[in-house]
Write a protein that binds this ligand. Structure first.
Ligand code: ASP
Ligand code: MG
Length: 460
């Protein structure tokens, strides 16, 4: 379809839609998601995650399950998830062979991982979740009467070779999209492809990190200059905090890129933290909604919004690793922090929060790779840092972030927050670098209560 305007043919506006694991969990969920696509003629590119639970199973296999029985159990679970969907297809024969091939490939790779796991092998293995789900989703769309084509995103999603947390190469992705996706976009075909996965220059499979499908969708939206990016998940948009933590959390109808980036970065699980980078670069409005209840609407994330409240939302991010580096040499010296960060850079360790005192500096590590859990300070980095200063590592911490607008200038903002936290002992308070957030660490055991208390005080 194309629109004719003033005798020029202009392409129709294009929406890139992404469906997360729960939106493609089974046949019913896939059908609901496929209906959303069918009902929107602009939705020409669909990126999907693996069926819910599949990536976790694959990560377990990739970590190396030596016990045959344990391995077979996981493989059986994988088979069941996909077979249940196949059984409900009108034409199962169209996908059975491909699905079986992929599952036997998983079995082979899992055996290799049991002998010798590696980050490269992990990416190859976990990529199978998305390779499988896209076969099924394409078929479901076609059975609904759409004309859908399964596309291997590795032909476009070029990344570097940092397995588990590969960095996309934006310019090359655009060139490859021009070459491989644009010709299909000129037709009526709907492109169905994989989130999360990519390939390096040599064609070796990579992944963008857990939850990376959102980021994939944003990158593809950027590469094809889409007008809208839709992220479909299992909650109707963003809330003032996670409704599972505070039942009175309120939906947010519209939020700015800045605030939403802070929220995603600080643990609002609804969006992968990097998702908004490409959207901001290209000014693509992002919609987040629930594929289970599209009629409920969701959240629009845009460059500028009409309402910019002082307190917008509270986010919680668990599994924090705090590293405290202490050295008397730091006292009135120069170059100490430079040396610390040189070492961190050498080991490719990404730092999140940071606070300093006269003789010590505390920082938290970013969670960047596919394997989950609290980020670890690699042995070698630990050794290098220990030559310079005393190194203490603490875990069992969560990060609470208050997101808002002009927080730095808002009189009393900090008092409003900390006066409510007398019972708790917040640590590593960071406030001031961004006017959009105030954040601190608390013990995991009290983190939910802290969020509930603050939500009640500031939002209810
Ligand atoms: N399937 C991957 C994961 O579970 C990527 C994603 O869902 O975004 O992390
Ligand atoms: Mg996800």
């Amino acid at each position: 379809m194309s629109f004719v305007e003033n005798n020029f043919t202009v392409p129709p506006p294009i929406t890139v839609a992404k469906f997360g694991g729960t939106s493609v969990a089974d046949h019913a969920a896939m059908s609901r998601s496929a209906t959303i696509i069918k009902d929107n003629p602009a939705a020409k590119v669909v990126l999907i995650s693996a069926c819910s639970g599949v990536t976790n199973l694959l990560v377990e296999l990739a970590n190396g399950l030596a016990d045959n029985e344990q391995r077979s159990k996981r493989l059986q679970q994988l088979r069941t998830i996909h077979q249940d969907i196949i059984d409900q297809l009108a034409h199962p024969e169209t996908v059975t062979t491909q699905v079986e091939q992929l599952i036997s490939h998983i079995a082979k790779l899992a055996e290799q991982a049991a002998q010798k796991p590696s980050v490269q092998l992990t990416d190859q293995l976990v990529a199978h979740g998305e390779l499988l789900s896209t076969h099924l989703f394409t078929q479901i769309l076609n059975e609904m009467g759409a004309s859908a084509l399964r596309f291997d995103i590795r032909d476009v999603m070029r990344t570097d070779s940092q397995y588990g947390k590969a960095v996309p190469e934006v310019d090359t992705i655009r060139q490859l999209a021009d070459q491989h996706l644009q010709p299909i976009l000129k037709t009526d075909t709907i492109i169905v492809s994989q989130g999360f996965i990519g390939a390096d220059e040599s064609g070796v499979t990579t992944t963008l990190g857990r939850g990376g499908s959102d980021y994939s969708a944003a990158l593809i939206a950027e590469a094809i200059s889409a007008e809208i990016l839709e992220i479909w998940t299992d909650v109707p948009g963003m809330y003032t905090t996670d409704p599972r933590i505070a039942a009175n959390a309120k939906p947010i109808k519209e939020i700015s890129f800045c605030e939403a980036s802070e929220m995603a970065n600080f643990g609002a699980k609804i969006l992968h933290p990097s998702t908004l980078l490409p959207a901001v670069r290209q000014q693509i409005p992002v919609f987040v909604g629930s594929s289970k209840a599209p009629e409920q609407g969701g959240t629009w994330i845009r460059q500028s919004v009409t309402d910019a409240p002082k307190f917008r939302a509270l986010a919680l991010r668990c599994n924090q690793t705090m590293v405290t580096l202490t050295s008397l040499n730091m006292f009135h010296a120069y170059g100490f922090l430079a040396e610390v960060f040189r070492i961190l850079a050498e080991y490719k360790i990404s730092v999140d929060l940071i606070t300093t005192s006269e003789v010590s500096v505390s920082l938290t590590l970013d969670q960047t790779d596919t394997c989950g859990g609290a980020p670890r300070l690699p042995e070698a980095a630990m050794e290098a840092l220990s030559k310079l200063c005393r190194v203490e590592v603490e875990q069992d911490l969560c990060l609470v972030a208050l997101i808002g607008n002009d927080l730095g200038d808002a009189p009393g903002a900090a008092t409003q927050v900390f006066s409510r936290l007398e019972k708790y002992s917040p640590r590593m308070i960071c406030f001031g670098a961004s006017t959009h957030n105030l954040c601190f660490l608390v013990k995991t055991a009290e983190s939910r209560e802290v969020v509930q208390t603050l939500h009640q005080g500031l939002f209810e």
